[in-house]
Design a protein around this ligand. Structure first.
Ligand code: ADP
Ligand code: MG
Ligand code: MG
Length: 536
């Protein structure tokens, strides 16, 4: 079934209407904790801890084809199980990560070395994945210019996966609030008649992202407690959030903590540096129960370690942080994610899954009622390795000869790491300098650029910052929206490498909107805003 055409966006709004809606929205945001810590006044300082600014958001929801939104939701359970399965499949990880990437990527090597060192010694068979699969709309017409004279602003739209996140997938709480904000404006103002479809709440789907994530953490905590012999042993057991110091996005994390606390589950927040000398797990305790000697709370037991840090090299300034990560991995606490799950989220895994036959080999073991290999493959772009395989040589040729259609990605998370279009050949030339160039290229994948539909914009509402003193809604004319779908899966990796699922809930979404001219879309760094879909 063809997806419906999207309306030109945003509808024109008189300045006074725009100002009215943006004042309503800003107060809603501040009242509901749709906030960030302000930027620190200098690079050497931490952000102030006693004030907040509202997170950047779009004034209107952005049009999104309903069938493609529903498709992204429908295939999420299969993606969740697939990545859980990959993390349990040692032979797959060894082939994809252990035999290539680790030779040229120091960060992946550190993760891999810990994974290998501890994999036969783990005492906790359960892992928690809080996943997010990200997509852009792809305009098939703009990809092949032949039909461009047809007159419509965009051709048939498809849903294409940008990446699959297995660690620190953020914005679950803040995007739930933006959906609430847009629904609130629709309910209380009808968006001042800007577009008739905005008055119908069926077009602005409710967002359960925060509940999905908190539900996963609660299920992991409950499973840990159930493993204990006696209920009395389960007192004073906390979920540990490992966070970055001076995290501006703390108010995306705190609501998960509060949701757990409402269920009687206690949470403690610590940075890698804070826990380094305070955790004990392996010494003198064969059960490897993880304890944290907290300066105020005293000695507490940890049920679940939830990483909102640790996804990039910056979180491991030295050997001490890696040692801490290893001790956490070895402990009895349930990790979110385990190192195996983090490795499964490498961009290299995404590329290999797109190779012929890979999905067909993996999907049958996931159980019944899964999406088909074809349904998943429809969401893949063209992905290439850059090794000396046939496919890798093709990728290299394309990267040098048609770079304007591609993005080059290293095995990194958190934004700002990719190389785009015409920057690719020069970047590869640098890599190619000297011996071992093919090997060095193995640390990257090449991905065809997704071409989002034209003709969409929105009013973006950002708080004033020292570098951007303007407040209120600003019209952005040419925007691109990235959809994320969440999934929470608690699973057991059995001795035969089979996966047994204990808790699984997929759903909830993130929509992030940015100007088309900004290749990377970080919300925290100010390029993009949090949005919600207006289903067409
Ligand atoms: P990260 O793990 O750092 O978030 P991503 O793979 O999500 O890395 O890339 C960062 C951003 O780059 C995405 O949010 C998207 O805006 C853009 N991007 C990534 N891949 C593509 C692609 N194939 N086509 C178009 N834009 C892309
Ligand atoms: Mg990512
Ligand atoms: Mg991303």
């Amino acid at each position: 079934m063809p997806s419906p055409a999207l309306p030109a966006w945003p509808p024109a709004l008189p300045r006074a209407s725009c100002d009215y809606l943006s004042a309503q929205a800003t107060d809603y945001a501040l009242a509901h904790g749709l906030v960030y810590r302000p930027v620190a006044s200098s690079a050497s300082e931490l952000p102030p801890s006693d004030s907040a600014i509202h997170a950047p958001f779009s004034l209107l929801p952005s049009p999104f084809p309903r069938p493609l939104f529903e498709k992204a939701q429908a295939i999420q359970p299969t993606y969740d199980r697939l990545y859980a399965h990959v993390s349990a499949d040692h032979r797959f990880l060894a082939r994809v990560i252990g035999e290539s990437v680790v030779h040229v990527d120091e960060f992946q090597k550190q993760l891999w070395d810990i994974y290998v060192a501890v994999k036969d010694e783990l005492v906790q068979p359960l892992s928690l994945g809080l996943f997010r699969s990200d997509y852009l709309l792809h305009d098939q017409q703009s990809a092949g210019a032949a039909e461009e004279s047809m007159g419509s602003r965009h051709g048939e739209l498809g849903l294409k996966q940008v990446e699959f996140n297995t660690i620190s997938a953020s914005f679950g709480a803040l995007c739930t609030k933006v959906s609430g904000l847009h629904r609130h404006l629709a309910q209380t103002t009808d968006y001042l008649g800007a577009h008739s479809g905005l008055a119908d709440l069926d077009n602005l789907p409710e967002n359960k992202a925060q509940d999905v994530l908190a539900g996963g953490l609660a299920a992991a905590h409950a499973a840990y407690v159930a493993q204990k012999q006696a209920a009395s042993e389960a007192k004073n057991v906390y979920v540990l959030f490992v966070v970055q110091e001076g995290e501006r996005n703390a108010f995306d994390q705190r609501p998960l903590e509060h949701a757990l606390q409402r269920q009687g589950i206690r949470v403690v927040r610590q940075s890698f540096a804070e826990i380094a000398d305070r955790i004990t797990a392996t010494e003198g305790d064969s059960s490897r129960t993880l304890y944290l000697a907290h300066p105020v709370l005293g000695r507490i037991e940890i049920s679940v370690v939830y990483f909102r840090a640790g996804y990039g090299p910056g979180d491991y300034p030295g050997a001490a942080e890696w040692e801490t990560r290893k001790r956490l991995e070895l402990s009895r606490a349930i990790k979110c994610p385990s190192i195996a799950v983090q490795l499964a989220g490498a961009k290299k895994v995404q590329q290999v899954l797109a190779e012929p036959g890979e999905l067909e080999a993996l999907l049958p073991s996931l159980g019944s009622e899964m999406a088909s290999a074809d349904q998943l493959r429809e969401t893949f772009t063209d992905l290439y390795p850059l090794d000396d395989s046939d496919l890798g040589r093709t990728g290299y040729e394309l990267a040098l000869n048609a770079p304007e259609h591609y993005v080059l990605k290293p095995q990194r998370e958190g934004g700002g790491n990719n190389v785009y279009r015409r920057d690719i050949p020069g970047f590869l030339a640098q890599l190619d300098h000297g011996a071992g160039s093919v090997a060095r290229r193995q640390a990257y994948i090449l991905m065809s650029l997704i071409k989002p539909p034209a003709g969409l914009g929105n009013y973006l509402v950002k708080a004033a910052t020292p570098t951007n003193p303007a407040t209120g809604a600003v019209l952005a004319k040419d925007t691109v929206s990235e959809l994320g779908v969440y999934g929470a899966i608690l699973f057991e990796t059995r001795a035969d490498h089979k996966v047994q699922v204990h808790h699984h809930q997929a759903g909830g979404y993130l929509l992030r909107t940015k100007g088309r001219d900004s290749d990377e879309g970080g919300v925290a760094v100010g390029f993009s805003v949090i949005d919600s879909p207006f289903l067409i």
